[in-house]
Design a protein around this ligand. Structure first.
Ligand code: DGJ
Length: 714
């Protein structure tokens, strides 16, 4: 609900548990008043100081001058949200109220710099039940040309005089989503990326902020959080100034970037979403899942369980050809998998990573009949069929390079830089975009694809000379995803970027699966998954194979049992990726059996809420509860590895059930109330698995599944 009080000139944005308030001062500049727990009397909140000029004359006032959209200019020394350069070289910006409209849950507040004929519209949307507020800004030149040197999506202030800490995910390839916590210092804490092609995995445009003196845990306490719907260079600044004012600024990273707006032209920033939870991380996670399920995901796809994949990458890498894949399809169907994916290696000359990118045609020798017969064979066997692409990339040995060397990002005066022997196409160019769109459309149609895996395996090192190159590049990547989504609504799309480098909110709505990581080692995955699942529902947690070869040679050489890997595979989007043409019949049989069982619990798992009852990172035992959205059924996964003798978990309290409903759990009938308050005696239930637990630690690779089902009436 959004209200405007004419008398006090305040705007109030309310959600179920939060209030966000700002008002107009004597010069009609919108200044922030409050963001936090919902107030019973928000009308009591008014701006303390109304004398705008004090910000120039008093240093204290300047530090407390909390603009809703901080302008670069006189008396402003903190991080700005907007920095413009006008035609006369002046960069001082003054934005004052012009008009506003409130329609349902949306506020559009237009501010203008009258001297320079420029409008900035701040858009706010309240998601009441989700306790979230969406914000973005639209900047419009209404006279002379203006240059944008910085334009954040939003800044928000937190209650002053407090100390806060910020949790962000940091990491790298194979080690994504590692949580790090830092105090917001006197000064600035900046998380940003400049790699252009993706927002992650070194930093991810997602954060939580908590008050250091009011503890927040998984189930308890207050926290703020935010995410940016953008898949390129971002910049998040957490700042505390000399007077204790705390501000978060989030948006595109304008490092080395400028946008020129001519009369009548506009620039719209990406959307930032902020949230407030008064029930710890758990409350936040539930709300994020609701946002994704209800508002962002493709309805027709999210309502169906995601199919079980067999992917060619881990077992065969580039060693694929028609006869082998055709033989494989029979085995895949027999295993019970549902989607057959040809990964990297199918294109002309791509028997290693030095060739093939750019020439998006099947290799003539290895696939003399093209890919359609393989697609048809998969379909005949009742499988869906999917294909891998990497549209932004090119090998120098390709025909495409010969035809269009000018499409490649490089400098005439410098040596080209290669990663994985590949170069990057200039996706900011319209002709390159058109080529990529035609290629992807053709591949989808020509091969009757049900699934597309879009990969990206290197960062930008060279740029175009365009001043807004990075933004155009990202916009075109997002535009192509959107195009595919809209043109082929039934196609399943995996967003992959050498693992999880594009696990961000910018692409979420255009994909059905996200490559969580290239790391398929199950113990490492236990750690990665808890971070991933804070932002995305586990059904999105993809990868080329979570039932991968063991040891998976690109990681740490750890050997793990098949059943452990397969059980872990059930906690995300299951994908089989070991060589079933050569595997032991015993392993095939085990996988078949586990897939069969998985199908019986999948309706509960996909779209469930994720509750880490025990965190692997903290306890070396992961106990993850997946509860159906309606609370009627749940599945508990237990994974232990590296336990010390005698370490055990006795009682676990379940979460998200219905208090007065009766459940069946391990042959017992217990109410949701008991299960959530007293809990469930885990060691007692698992005693058969742990006969000599205390004397003889069995602490490695232990996994178990416990179903919690709605009790049938007797
Ligand atoms: C990186 C991806 O993350 C893998 O799943 C696989 O598709 C390879 N690229 C193929 O080159």
């Amino acid at each position: 609900m959004i209200k405007y009080y004419e008398k006090t000139r305040t705007f109030i944005i309310e959600t179920k548990s939060s209030s966000y308030i700002f008002g107009l001062n004597d010069r009609s500049v919108p200044l922030h008043i409050y963001y936090g727990a919902r107030l019973a009397h928000p009308e009591e909140m008014t701006l303390k100081s109304t004398n705008d000029t004090e910000r120039f004359t008093s240093s204290v006032k300047s530090f407390e001058y909390r603009q809703e959209y901080v302008t670069f200019g006189r008396g402003i020394y903190d991080e700005e949200s907007i920095k413009l350069r006008y035609h006369d070289g002046i960069s001082d910006t003054e934005l004052t109220y012009k008009n506003h409209s409130i329609v349902q849950n949306e506020l559009r507040l237009t501010l203008s710099d009258d001297i320079y004929s420029l409008d900035v519209t701040l858009v706010y949307r309240a998601f009441d039940e989700l306790d979230m507020i969406e914000r973005y800004a639209v900047i419009t030149a209404c006279g002379e040309t203006v240059t944008i040197e910085n334009a954040a999506s939003a800044n928000i202030f937190l209650p002053s005089g407090q100390n806060y800490e910020v949790m962000t995910f940091s990491g790298s390839h194979m080690r994504e989503y590692t949580p790090y916590t830092n105090i917001i210092p006197r000064g600035k804490l900046v998380f940003e990326t400049r790699r252009t092609v993706s927002a992650g995995p070194y930093h991810v445009p997602f954060f939580t902020v908590t008050n250091t003196s009011a503890p927040c845990t998984e189930t308890y306490g207050e926290l703020y959080y935010g995410m940016l719907k953008y898949s390129g260079n971002f910049r998040n600044v957490f700042e505390k100034n000399q007077s204790g004012t705390v501000k978060i600024t989030t948006g595109i990273n304008f490092h080395d970037t400028k946008i020129e707006l001519k009369n009548g032209e506009s620039f719209e920033t990406p959307t930032a979403i902020f949230g407030y939870s008064d029930s710890g991380v758990c409350g936040m996670r539930r709300n994020i899942y609701d946002l994704e399920y209800e508002k962002l995901a493709m309805r027709s796809n999210i309502e169906k369980p995601f199919p079980i994949i067999y992917n060619s990458w881990y077992p065969y890498f580039f060693g694929i050809e028609e006869e082998k894949l055709v033989r494989l399809i029979d085995k895949v169907a027999d295993l019970g998998a549902e989607l057959f994916v040809i990964d990297d290696g199918w294109m002309q000359g791509r028997t290693n990573d030095r060739a093939g990118l750019g020439d998006w045609f099947p290799d003539k020798e290895r696939f003399p009949n093209g890919l359609l017969p393989i697609s048809k064979k998969a379909h005949d066997k009742g499988l869906l069929f999917g294909l891998w692409v990497e549209p932004e990339m090119i090998n120098e040995s390709s025909e495409l390079y010969k035809e269009h060397p000018e499409w490649v990002l490089c400098y005439k005066t410098r040596e080209k830089s290669y990663t994985r022997h590949q170069l990057v196409l200039n996706f900011a160019r319209e002709d390159v975009y058109n080529f990529a769109q035609e290629t992807v459309d053709r591949l989808i149609e020509e091969n009757e694809l049900d699934y597309l895996k879009w990969d990206m395996n290197r960062y930008i090192t060279e740029k175009d000379t365009l001043r807004d190159f990075e933004i155009k590049f990202t916009q075109n990547v997002m535009r192509l995803y959107k195009h595919i989504r809209e043109k082929y609504p039934r196609l399943l799309i995996e967003n992959c970027a050498h693992g999880g480098a594009r696990a961000d909110f910018g692409l979420f709505e255009y994909c059905d699966r996200i490559n969580r990581s290239d790391n398929a080692d199950p113990v490492d995955v236990l750690k990665l998954h808890e971070g991933f699942a804070m932002m995305f529902p586990p059904r999105y947690a993809g990868g080329a194979g979570n039932i991968a070869p063991s040891p998976y040679n690109s990681t740490n050489g750890r050997v793990s049992p098949l059943s452990y890997r397969a059980t872990l595979g059930m906690t995300g989007s299951m994908s089989v990726g070991f060589d079933i043409l050569k595997a032991d019949e015993k392993d095939i049989e085990k996988t078949r059996e586990m897939i069969k069982y998985y199908k019986t619990i999948r309706p509960i798992l996909h779209n469930s809420y994720f509750y880490p009852l025990s965190s692997y990172i903290q306890n070396k035992t992961a106990i993850w509860q997946y509860t159906e959205r309606n609370g009627r059924n749940a599945v508990i996964f237990i994974f232990a590895h590296g336990l010390i003798a005698g370490e055990q978990i006795r009682n676990i309290k379940l979460r998200g059930l219905i208090g007065d409903m009766l459940y069946e759990i391990n042959g017992k009938r217990l109410s949701g109330d008991t299960l959530m308050k007293y809990g469930f005696d885990l060691m007692d239930e698992l005693k058969d698995d742990f006969p000599k637990y205390l004397e003889e630690p069995i602490g490695d690779f232990y996994s178990k599944i416990i179903e919690v089902r709605e009790a049938k009436t007797e």
